[in-house]
Design a protein around this ligand. Structure first.
Ligand code: AHR
Length: 497
């Protein structure tokens, strides 16, 4: 099948904010205990951080990590997680019916973030708590000293402020499952008052208001409108969450699901711009897609989980090759909307619906979805080009007309290189790529093709076969790009200079 791509370097959709490749560590399952933190593990450092996990995180080059939740945060007392570890209380985490020993708290997270080279995105509890606790948390974290809470931080060993720039105003507050769930009016009022207080402390701090938990929520998109009516001038981003599943084992539909991510983003952008117009505002609202991923493999197992233990094996989706293709399409969708989506966090980072999996006391390895994420993080930071793509499409009952090729082109003006991400959704035909690179000069040619492909859609990586699904790299020595082929059901990165 022919696929022709016309690109012109003048036609730039937007420049990618590196925070699009962010992630999320929630106090959930083995994300923390047995994941990033395991005091007795032979590979752990003096602070109990697993160095094997840190290495895999560093390779992903994750610019921002959201913490500590998620649903967990709506019942979290930040004060429980500071000071000498032996004095910290064990609490009941109502969201996940687990025991929370508070051994990996605020300070530990900040140390870990520094070690892996990431910035924190800290989320306030706006479920069981409110303005007072939020402003006190910011004082503890960011004030240099001379006040009660900043001096308390110093007494805990952190002389310098944590200087956390990005803050989430609660989590999924539209969801009836949320501890302290609120109506849009209630949440909008609270978020705006918390936001106002935080910006009185430091107007340069960036705030994310909760949008809908997904686009099927009965309150979507009215929720966005009401929340923004209250918060438009005080917040910097509105959040989106979306998870994808394939219970029916219907690959054509599953591969098309990025169309619903596109539609969700575009609808939220319209609501933001509508509120902007109503308010006659000069400010543009940006989006923070702070939870996205495939999530369904572990649903049945999770129903059998023993409650009230530390670090239960929850949400441990073992990802297939098919999931990696979908994650590739979802990354293309986020990148395509880089003019408005500035931050995104794959949910999550370790063990819990995550690209990195560990065995408690044992190895750490890369899940299949690690690979598209890894390459997008490395080569997706640049200018996203508006391309015209000519390729056949198919009709899907759920998502409509879907092109067989999901393509995304990134230009790096500083090196002149171009990176092209392509997922071939066709189940039996290769794509014969024909590139029309107007304005790039006549000599542009491909020098490398990275391919993620497997004969079995359900192939997985596990501790015995950690490299079952991994990319292969083909180097091109001559300049003939006319024969570029993209195999059926494959994810690809083609690099040009
Ligand atoms: O990421 C897992 C959970 O999904 C989060 O805790 C919650 O915000 C969402 O529903």
């Amino acid at each position: 099948m022919k696929c022709t791509i016309h690109a012109n370097k003048q036609f730039v959709r937007g420049t990618v904010d590196p925070r699009l490749f962010g992630s999320f560590v929630e106090q959930l399952g083995r994300a923390v205990y047995g994941g990033v933190y395991e005091v007795d593990h032979p590979a752990s450092d003096e602070e109990g951080f697993r160095t094997d996990v840190m290495d895999l995180v560093r390779q992903l080059d994750v610019p921002v990590v959201r913490f500590p939740g998620g649903n967990y945060v709506s019942n979290f007392n930040w004060e429980d997680s500071i000071g000498p570890k032996e004095n910290r209380p064990t609490r009941l985490d109502l969201a996940w019916k687990a025991l929370d020993p508070n051994q990996f708290g605020l300070q530990e997270f900040m140390h870990w973030a520094k070690k892996v080279g990431t910035e924190p995105m800290m989320v306030f509890n706006l479920g069981t708590r409110g303005l007072a606790e939020a402003k006190e948390l910011v004082e503890y974290c960011n004030h240099p000293g001379g006040s009660y809470l900043s001096d308390l931080r110093k007494s805990h060993g952190s002389e310098d402020p944590f200087d956390i720039k990005l803050w989430g105003l609660g989590n999924e507050m539209d969801g009836p499952w949320q501890v302290g769930h609120k109506t849009a009016e209630e949440y909008g009022r609270l978020a705006s008052e918390v936001g106002k207080a935080i910006k009185l402390f430091d107007p340069s701090l960036e705030l994310v208001a909760c949008g809908s938990s997904n686009s099927n929520m009965p309150t979507f998109p009215k929720w966005e409108e009401t929340v923004l009516d209250h918060t438009y001038e005080v917040v910097d981003y509105l959040s989106l969450h979306m998870y994808f599943r394939n219970d029916e084992k219907d690959i054509a539909t599953f591969l098309a699901c990025s169309a619903s991510m596109d539609a969700f983003i575009e609808t939220v952008v319209h609501v933001c711009d509508y509120v902007k117009a109503k308010k006659r505002s000069k400010k543009t609202m940006y989006l923070c897609f702070d939870e996205w991923n495939v999530w369904f493999h572990s649903h049945d197992k999770d129903k059998q989980q023993t409650p009230w233990i530390v670090g239960p094996s929850l949400l441990e989706d073992v990802y297939t090759f098919e999931d990696a293709l979908v994650v590739g399409c979802l990354l293309n969708s986020l990148l395509r909307h880089c003019d408005r989506v500035k931050i995104a966090c794959i949910a999550q980072l370790v063990n819990t619906i995550a690209p990195i999996m560990t065995e408690t006391g044992g190895d750490a390895w890369k899940q299949t979805i690690y690979w598209p994420l890894n390459y997008a993080s490395k080569y997706g930071r640049g200018e996203i080009l508006e391309c015209r793509v000519e390729v056949a499409s198919y009709e899907n009952k759920q998502y409509g007309t879907i092109p067989y090729a999901d393509t995304l082109m990134v230009h790096h003006p500083e090196t002149g290189e171009i990176d092209l991400f392509v997922v071939n959704r066709h189940q039996s035909e290769s794509l014969a790529l024909n590139l029309d690179l107007t304005g790039f000069g006549p000599d542009y040619h491909v020098f490398e093709q990275v391919v993620l492909q497997h004969a079995d859609l359900y192939a997985v990586n596990d501790k015995d076969n950690p490299d079952e699904v991994k990319p292969s790299v083909v180097a091109f020595t001559d300049k003939n790009t006319s024969a570029l082929q993209v195999a059926p059901l494959s994810w690809n990165l083609l690099r040009f200079h």
